[in-house]
Every structure is written in structure tokens, then in C-alpha cells.
Design a protein around this ligand. Structure first.
Ligand code: SDX
Length: 422
């Protein structure tokens, strides 16, 4: 048996054999023998848009590995900045490499004062932090015009560094602006997660003391969100980046894609759903509405995972640790009951609907006092190194500009009709 497919055009009787490599067949080989015939695949459910060495997903078995390392081991033993290095550069760093990387990220956390005074303070008081973040990330491109030199590896490194360093500062600024509190400058004595908590919560105390359990839980959640192969926002990063747009503009587009409730906005939607259910008694009627197609069980289902999302399992473990500090979320029991029912109901089992990364994440964020509209902002912070890793890989692969085809189903040629005759 050869690892290939043979495609026969029954209109001509001509056949072509195309090898199966890394689980795929080369579209160009197909197009060469079948000109003008396109694969129709809206949502890219059966399409590999690229090859990548960054993240390996096995959806059937619930396996997730970053550069070959299982997510469970990284969540247990690594840190978000070390994982960011691994995603970006392909190997776990030596101590010297990690120290240099952490130093570079730590010392680029400040934002240009014009950005703070004239931009972030310019938003309406009830502006959604994600709308602010999308805009602010794009605006960074105006402060660093050299970012357009995407072929210069040193210039790329500096922008990658700035985006990973500055997004927490922008994220905290968005929150502080929404509650009318003064911005808190970064504290370079704190680690990545601790510094973000300081910029979020510091009030009048001279030095913010982050809770170590909460800071560690946040760091683990950032690891879990760091990459997930060709999801909607990462595909957006690659598509926009393929036009050789600068990394800030590409990351702003990716952030916009993440904003949607079907994608990164689901963690916020889960809490709205749990609040709507409100009590045990309402769970069964809600499940019936989901099965009738009137509602979606947010935080459930996944395009790739047809088993339990391995990240959801780890999030659940972190939730127990957080709740020991913050007290148990009042919505936890409803979430656990929903999961128990869904995992035993044929409607969900037959559709391979399991909890995904967003199902329990929101409960942790809520217990840590993050407002709902900051949840997807936290997802953005976590996913930034993943987006940048794929952006860099796409440039190193020297990929062509993304430009898919279509199946035209509109009218044939017709003649213009003057307004007086319509
Ligand atoms: C993320 O891609 C990634 O990797 C994303 C992500 C990442 O790290 O980047 O993992 C992060 O986005 C996780 C997903 C967060 N979204 C949600 O939790 C929103 C709720 N889930 C869905 O809307 C849905 O499951 C998607 C969007 C996640 C996946 O959608 P698909 O693959 O297009 O699946 P589908 O809509 O074609 O559904 C298949 C069937 C349908 O039923 P039938 O038409 O066959 O009868 O399953 C049903 C759907 O109605 N279905 C659901 C459901 N999700 C799918 N029914 C009820 N509740 C759900 N959540």
C-alpha cells in the first residue's frame, strides 16, 4: 500500500497520483492536473493552510504539545515566559538564554506617554477593553515604524519583545481607564504575571504584594492559552502577515478575531450563560433548549478536539487551588452539573462535545475579581507569543500571500439598466 491518493478526472479518464505527506496532499499538484476545480471548504474544516513545527494537536485523543513538549508537563514545570521562548525559538532555553529573554521582556513593559495620555485616556468611559486593546496594538505600529522591516531578524525580535512586554501594560491600562483609576506603571521587580496583577490592582500601597497562588495560577493559564495551531485568530495573524504587514497591524487583526464569542470571547460567554441559568433547577430546561438548537452550551465543543480539551482538565485543577484562596465560585456547582449532564447525554456525546479551555477559565478569572469584559483580554495576553511564533514561521517559510479562490454562484453577464428604466 503506497502513501498516496489517485485522482481520476472522469470527464477525461485521466488519473494523477499524489503522495500523502505529513497527513496531507499537495493542493498545487491537484490544481496542476485539475485546473479550475477547487476544493470547497468554508471554515477550512478539512484544509491545511500551512505546515508548522510549533504546536501539535491530536483532537481525537485530546493531546496538545508545544514543540513536542506535552502541555501537562509545561503547565506543571515551566513558566509563561519560558514557554513563549520555546514557541518562538523552538527549544527550551538555557539558563543564560532565559535570563536574557526575561530581562528583555521585563525592560520593555513601559508605554510611550503619548499612548497613555492621548490615546488610552481618549476612549469613552464604558469602552470595552478588547476594543481598546485592538486599537492600542494597532497604534503601537505608529510608534515603531521600523517594524515594517520584517525581513530583518533583529528588528523582528525587537517587535516580538515589545508586543509580549507591552500587552499586559495596555491590558491593565484598559481596565484602569474603565473604572476611572490612575494607571499603574510596571514594576520591574515582579515577574510577568505578578507585574500584571500589580498594574491591575495596586491602589495607594507603595509596593503591590501579589498573592503567589493567584500569580502562579495566572501564569499557568497564560501557558495554556499560548498557542493552539491554526485557530481562527492565528490564521488571521498568518493571513494578514502574509501581505507583509507589520507585526502590530497583524496582531491587531488577530486580536479582533479572538474577540468573537465563538472563539476567545467564549470565556466571557460562559459566565453570562451560567448567570442566565442561575440555579440547579434551570439546568435541565437549559439543556433542552440547547438540544432544540435554541441555545449553545458555551465553553463546549471544538473544531479539533473530539475528546476532552486537555487544557480544560488543567484549568479545573488550577480552579481548585484558586478557590482555596478566593473562596469557591457560586457558579461552580452549576458548571460541574452542566458538565456531568452533557458528558452523559447522547446529544453532546454524538457530536463529540466536551468542555474546552474556556469552560472553567472564566470561573477562575471571576474569582480573581477580573471583570467579565477583561476575560478575552487575558486570552490575548496568553496567545500573543503563539501568534508571533506563527507570524515568524510564516516569514521564515517565505510563504506566498494568502489568496484563496471561490466557487462563483452569482448571475452570469447582464447589461446595465438605466435608473429611468428600473
Ligand atoms: C476556542 O480553534 C481553536 O483552537 C480555538 C481555541 C484556541 O485555543 O484557539 O481552542 C479556543 O475558541 C475554544 C472554543 C470556544 N468557543 C465556544 O466554547 C463557543 C461554543 N462552541 C461552539 O460554538 C463550537 O463548538 C465551535 C465554534 C467551538 C466549533 O464549531 P464547529 O467546529 O464549526 O462545529 P459546528 O458549529 O459545525 O457544530 C457541530 C455540531 C452542530 O450540531 P448539528 O448541526 O450537527 O446538529 O455540534 C453542535 C452544532 O449545533 N454544537 C453545539 C455546540 N458546538 C457545536 N451544540 C451546542 N453547544 C455547543 N457549544
Amino acid at each position: 500500500m503506497t502513501e498516496s491518493v489517485t485522482i481520476t478526472d472522469n470527464r477525461t479518464g485521466e488519473s494523477v497520483e499524489i503522495p500523502i505527506e505529513h497527513g496531507g496532499i499537495d493542493g498545487k499538484a491537484f490544481a496542476k492536473h485539475m485546473p479550475g476545480v477547487w476544493f470547497f471548504d468554508p471554515g477550512f474544516g478539512a484544509t491545511a493552510s500551512t505546515s508548522s513545527a510549533i504546536t501539535d494537536l491530536d483532537g481525537a485523543n485530546g493531546i496538545l504539545r508545544y514543540r513536542g513538549y506535552p502541555i501537562e508537563q509545561l503547565a506543571e514545570s515551566s513558566t509563561f515566559l519560558e514557554v513563549s521562548y520555546l514557541l518562538l525559538f523552538g527549544e527550551l532555553p538555557t539558563k543564560e538564554q532565559l535570563d536574557n529573554w526575561v530581562h528583555d521582556v521585563t525592560y520593555h513593559t513601559f508605554i510611550h506617554e503619548n499612548m497613555r495620555k492621548r490615546f488610552m485616556e481618549g476612549f469613552h468611559h464604558d469602552a470595552h477593553p478588547m476594543g481598546m486593546l485592538v486599537s492600542a496594538i494597532a497604534a503601537l505600529s505608529t510608534f515603531y515604524p521600523e517594524a515594517k522591516e520584517i525581513d530583518d531578524a533583529h528588528v523582528r525580535y525587537k517587535q516580538i519583545n515589545r508586543l509580549i512586554s507591552k500587552v499586559p501594560t495596555l491590558a491593565a491600562m484598559a481596565y484602569r481607564a474603565s473604572i476611572g483609576m490612575p494607571f499603574v506603571y510596571p514594576d520591574n521587580q515582579l515577574n510577568y504575571a505578578e507585574n500584571f496583577l500589580s498594574m491591575m490592582w495596586k491602589v495607594a500601597e507603595p509596593h503591590y504584594e501579589p498573592d503567589p497562588v493567584l500569580a502562579k495560577a495566572l501564569d499557568v493559564l497564560l501557558i495554556l492559552h499560548a498557542d493552539h495551531e491554526q485557530n481562527c485568530s492565528t490564521t488571521t495573524m498568518r493571513v494578514v502577515g502574509s501581505s507583509h504587514s507589520d507585526p502590530y497591524s497583524s496582531a491587531a487583526a488577530a486580536t479582533s478575531a479572538l474577540y468573537g464569542p465563538r472563539h476567545g470571547g467564549a470565556n466571557e460567554a460562559v459566565i453570562h450563560m451560567l448567570n442566565e441559568i442561575g440555579s440547579y433547577d434551570n439546568i435541565e430546561p437549559f439543556i433542552e433548549r440547547v438540544k432544540a438548537g435554541e441555545e449553545r452550551l458555551m465553553g463546549f465543543g471544538h473544531r479539533v478536539y473530539k475528546a476532552y480539551d486537555p487544557r480544560a482538565r488543567i484549568v479545573k485543577e488550577q480552579a481548585d487551588k484558586v478557590f482555596q484562596v478566593t473562596g469557591k465560585s457560586p457558579l461552580l456547582d452549576i458548571a460541574l452539573k452542566l458538565e456531568e449532564i452533557a458528558l452523559n447525554d447522547d446529544y453532546f456525546k454524538s457530536r463529540n462535545l466536551y468542555p474546552n479551555v474556556d469552560f472553567y477559565t472564566g470561573l477562575i478569572y471571576q474569582s480573581m475579581n477580573f471583570p467579565l469584559d477583561m476575560f478575552t483580554v487575558l486570552f490575548t495576553m496568553g496567545r500573543m507569543p503563539g501568534w508571533l511564533s506563527h507570524w515568524q514561521e510564516m516569514l521564515e517559510q517565505d510563504q506566498r500571500i494568502s489568496r484563496p479562490r471561490q466557487l462563483y454562484i452569482g448571475p452570469g453577464e447582464r447589461q446595465y439598466v438605466p435608473l429611468s428604466e428600473r
